[in-house]
Design a binder for this molecule. Sequence first.
Ligand code: B1M
Length: 209
Amino acid sequence: MADMEALKNAVINGDHINAKDITNKALEENMPPEEILQKGLIAGMNIIGEAFKNNEVYVPEVLIAARAMKMAMEILEPKLIEAGVEPIGTLVIGTVKGDLHDIGKNLVIMMLKGAGFNVVDLGTDVSPEQFVEAAKENNAKAAGLSALLTTTMPMMEKTVAAFKTAGIDTKIMVGGAPVTQDYANKIGANGYAPDAATAVDVARELILC
Ligand code: B1M
C-alpha cells in the first residue's frame, strides 16, 4: 500500500522521483486524491516551511522540496479537479512597481501552493492598477505585495490606496526584507509576513477569518 509517510519524506528530501512514484501508486490503489495531498504533499511542505522559519534549512532545500511537490502535483491536480476538491482560496501576488526582485516572492508562492492555495503570479514590476485589475478578474480573496528595495516600499502604500479607491474587499498581505509589521500597520495593510512559511499562516488568517 502507498505509504503517505514515505511521500511526506520524499517532499522533505526533495526526492521528486519517489514523490511521483508514490503519488502514482496511491492513485492506482484508489486512495482519495485529497488524502494524498494532505497526508503526503502538504504535510511534507509544512515541515519544510517550519524548518525554514527556524533556520534549520535554507533556500536551496526549500526549492528542491517545492520541485518534488510540483512534479507530484502535476499528476494529482487533474484528479483533484475531478474529485471537486476546492483550493482554500485565490491570492494574486506580485513584486511592486519598480522592483524586479522575485526570489523571495517565488518562495512565498511555492509555500502557498504547497498549502493548498490557488495563486496567481503577477510577476515583478506590478503597478497598483494591475494588482486591482487582477484581483477583480480572479475574484481573489487576498493580494500579496513583495518589495525588496526601500525605494519601492512606498509603492505598497499606493497599492493599498488603489484597493481602497476601487472599493473591493481584498485583504492585503505585505512582505520583503525591508518591510516590517510597523510599516504594514502604517500603510493600512491587513497582514505582514517576515518569511514564506509565515506567509502561509497569515494568508490562512486573512482568507478564512
Ligand atoms: Co538587489 N538589492 N538590486 N538584486 N539584491 C538587494 C535587495 C540589496 C539589499 C543589496 C544590497 O545593497 N545589500 C539592495 C537594496 C538596498 C535597499 O533598498 N536599501 C539591492 C539593490 C540596491 C539593487 C539594485 C538597485 C542594484 C543596482 O542596480 N544598483 C537593483 C534593483 C533592480 C530593481 O529591482 N529595479 C538590484 C538588482 C538585483 C538583481 C537583479 C541582480 C538580483 C535580483 C534577482 C531576482 O530576484 N530575480 C538582486 C539580488 C539577488 C539581491 C540580493 C542579493 C538577494 C535578494 C534575495 O533574493 N534574497 C539582496 C541582498 C540580500 O538580501 N542579501 C539585494 C533571498 C530571498 C529568499 O529573500 O527576498 O527577502 P527575500 O524574501 C524572503 C522574505 O523577505 C519574505 O519571504 C522570503 C522567503 O523567506 N518575503 C515575503 C518576500 N516577499 C514576501 C511577500 C510576502 C510575505 C513574505 O507576502 C506577500
